[in-house]
Design a protein around this ligand. Sequence first.
Ligand code: FCB
Length: 497
Amino acid sequence: MSMLTRRHLLRQAALSATAATPAGAALGTVTAAAGATALTGCQSGDSAAPGEPAASPAARLHFPANFGWGAATSAYQIEGAAKEDGRGESVWDTFSRTPGRTRNGDTGDVAADHYHRYAEDLDLMRDLGLRSYRFSISWPRIQPDGTGAANQRGLDFYRRLVDGLHERGISPMATLFHWDLPQTLQDAGGWESRDVAYRFADYAATVFAALGDRVPVWLTINEPKTVVQNGYLYGHHAPGRQDPDAAYLVAHHLQLAHGLAVQALRAGGHGGRIGPAFNLHPCYPADDSSGATEATRLYDGYENRLYLDSALKGSYPEDVLADLGPTSRMVRGIRDGDLKIISSPIDLLAVQYYTPIYVTATGGTVRRWPTSEASWQQIYPDGMYDILTRVTRDYGSIPLTVTENGLPTPDVLAADGTVEDTGRVNFLRDHLAAAHRAVTDGVPLESFHVWSLLDNFEWAEGYDQRWGLIYVDYPTQRRVLKRSAHWYRQVIADNAL
Ligand code: FCB
């Protein structure tokens, strides 16, 4: 494994240790395709300055008709009810209950208690005017041990949720896997085991059979890269490993599982659309040296092309494979026909954007923009434009949905019952403006989901980080619409920023 890869592994340490580089230093920005296709159904006026309201109706940024305004959550982060209705254990139950793994020892045992309060949460979604709700299905609720017959009570919960969405005119978007692998499958090798990809396809087929008639959009695997990096390189997510060679074998098996699930949907004759959910990080050289440009290229391979190329082009990037080396577990684990499965035709691609990455000539990283409460995040709205236009330029005009974008802020419930999260309003306005610019330049973006609908269990950060449009007062489980929720409701009603 090369020096660059080792650098890559140390990315997080570098991100938190390095001071910002001077503003105005040269950047190798990714630019939109020349001659991008013309805008359809979207008008653009002058953009408001960051943090300021739009000047006049004529100057507002209008989104295409039927734009899918949404919000996102995931099962382990909001549901709670960890031991109810036959749910099995997941790797996140094990991990969060292990002393020292999460902030304050927080677990998802109760979380936002959404399993019991889903009807109230559905009403809040309707009040916001959401048109799309992205949630995830908990594999251990459906198959407590990861295999075999379905647990009907688990399926019933998601049927109630999906029906409740339809009753309120909200379109369901279901993610099949948002990191809560059944613990029994982890005990059998987890994603290092090729067999788990086939178990995932069986689970997916079970879910499609039960809900395929009611869910129009399916997402296979949420952020495979985060499982690879946080779960198997750095070890601060479940299952808490630090093993680079295992990590990229896991990447291959996650991609294989994605492809098998796509095939399972088609085989079942269900009508829904399906695609993967990738967190993409635009990578820029930290300076104008040729070394930084070269290092950025490989960095981008690990961050983006590993997942995009395999799913959309049917090949892994040569530079990444060469860097991993022929004796790596991943390269040895690729079998004939795997890439064909992984690149099974998809209907849409889900993009999650939070931060850019700036890469130095030695493969390290530097910070260029202000960070948030999440130390890995730099606030750079133009990165949204760059990643959306890049995907369209490099992978063709596949329909896109943004399934996550958001900011943690230090939200406080004031005595008058308000939560003034103006930082989130500004962040979302700037990122939506960048998404709008991408649409104007021909990107087929059909929907946008704020992360998150509700404050929730932010993995290793526990409940300290609040990412929701809706404040959750955990001791009482009371929900309070933050200022950002009121703002978003108006954006949706106006279909414009
Ligand atoms: C993404 C995850 C999501 C949440 C946000 C902040 O990487 O998919 O569950 O943790 O980050």
